[in-house]
Design a binder for this molecule. Structure first.
Ligand code: GLN
Length: 381
């Protein structure tokens, strides 16, 4: 006997592709995590924290010094004022922050607006919290269809999920787009829940904007981010949610009973990450910009058509018609016969568009990307 809740979603295809990749000894360009080491200083800080006896629970909503650093970073980078005592919650990755936010906000049957393409987790997050996701497709060039967005809002709409830079498309929402979204949220009394985990991974001079920094949005936004992607520590599971006091106290209640708290020694180590100089973030974006080029060129040279993402570390590529396979069959063929793992597009789309796409990540060593390129070149269709 299982709950009805779990009937509404399937296991993560992203993580399933990683398991398949291991089984077939493939190059894993499916799951977005770095295969290169985390910064040495950060690893040392984690080892020191364990040896220094930071091994018991931290305060449930996050170690005080880490919340203070998150608050400072939010002020300086995101232009959001947040009281570390009452408006910051440290969670087990931004994944938990999103889940805890939805559980804290949404009642059975209420709706959440989600742009398509979307990160795989939002549908199941909505299902677990009893919410109904309402998908708003972005145009092929990533622009918002204003009418489609406006008509997605109704009396039942409780929240909107805004992921910028976007996984999987790499879209970076502009200030004008944010204003459009903000106006709708204000008019319909809707909370924006953001996912800004790729906020430092931007290309071609693009700038990150947090919707909470826009007039009147601070009190109706839950800003979510974390340390995983910026500091290449996806396995540490340190994320956070920033929100005004009453929203934060609801998120904290859910978070406390779900997880008690994020790993204490790793929270301690993340304080060290907050002190990294500006050059670190510039180098990070520069490194990914080079890797973006590498993967883009090899996908083009193989059989795919695609465009360069504006941010994050994924390329959404079109499967050529000559393949004669949908995304799922092609992904399976690629991992077992060619030795490269990618994620089937349908994980990111409600519509049929996803059936013709695969997502590849370039968050990998150059040698990994080059090995994938070599294998992809053998693809004959
Ligand atoms: N965000 C990463 C991706 O999209 C990793 C997802 C996960 O497995 N938590 O691949």
């Amino acid at each position: 006997m299982l709950s009805r809740r779990v009937d509404h979603f399937v296991e993560s295809v992203i993580r399933d592709m990683t398991r398949l990749s291991i089984k077939h000894k493939a190059v894993n360009l499916a799951q977005g995590f770095p295969d290169f080491p985390a910064p040495l200083e950060l690893k040392q800080a984690a080892a020191d924290a364990i040896m220094g006896d930071y091994n018991q629970y931290s305060i449930t909503w996050g170690a005080k010094d880490l919340r203070e650093e998150i608050s400072r970073k939010a002020r300086e980078y995101n232009h959001i004022e947040a009281d570390p005592e009452s408006e910051v919650t440290v969670t087990c990755g931004s994944t938990e922050a999103m889940m805890a936010s939805m559980l804290a906000l949404i009642n059975e049957g209420e709706e959440v607006v989600v742009f398509e393409p979307f990160y795989e987790n939002y549908g199941p997050d909505a299902a677990v919290s009893g919410a109904v996701p309402r998908f708003v497709p972005l145009d092929d060039d990533g622009s918002i269809d204003e009418n489609a967005l406006a008509s997605a809002f109704n009396k039942k709409t409780r929240a909107l999920v805004l992921n910028t830079p976007n996984n999987p498309s790499g879209k970076v929402f502009t200030k004008d787009e944010m204003k459009l979204i903000a106006d709708l949220c204000i008019d319909h009394d809707v909370i924006a829940i953001t996912d800004e985990i790729y906020e430092y991974i931007l290309y071609d001079g693009k700038k990150h904007i947090s919707i909470a920094s826009i007039d009147e949005m601070k009190d109706r936004t839950i800003t979510i981010s974390g340390f995983s992607k910026t500091y290449s520590v996806t396995g540490w599971r340190i994320g956070y949610a920033i929100a005004q006091k009453s929203l934060t106290s609801a998120i904290r209640k859910v978070h406390d009973f779900l997880t008690v708290g994020a790993p204490a020694p790793l929270q301690h180590a993340c304080v060290t990450a907050s002190w990294f100089p500006d050059a670190y973030y510039k180098e990070l974006a520069g490194m990914y910009e080079r890797k973006r080029e590498l993967l883009y060129n090899s996908l083009k040279k193989a059989v795919f058509s695609c465009s360069l993402p504006e941010g994050a570390y994924y390329i959404l590529a079109d499967i050529p018609e000559s393949a004669g396979m949908d995304d799922m069959s092609f992904a399976r063929y690629l991992v077992s016969e060619v030795g490269v793992a990618a994620v089937p597009g349908s994980s990111f789309f409600k519509s049929e568009k996803g059936l013709h796409k695969l997502r590849f990540t370039f968050s990998k060593k150059d040698e990994t990307l080059m090995e994938a390129a070599r294998r992809l070149e053998t693809l004959k269709l």
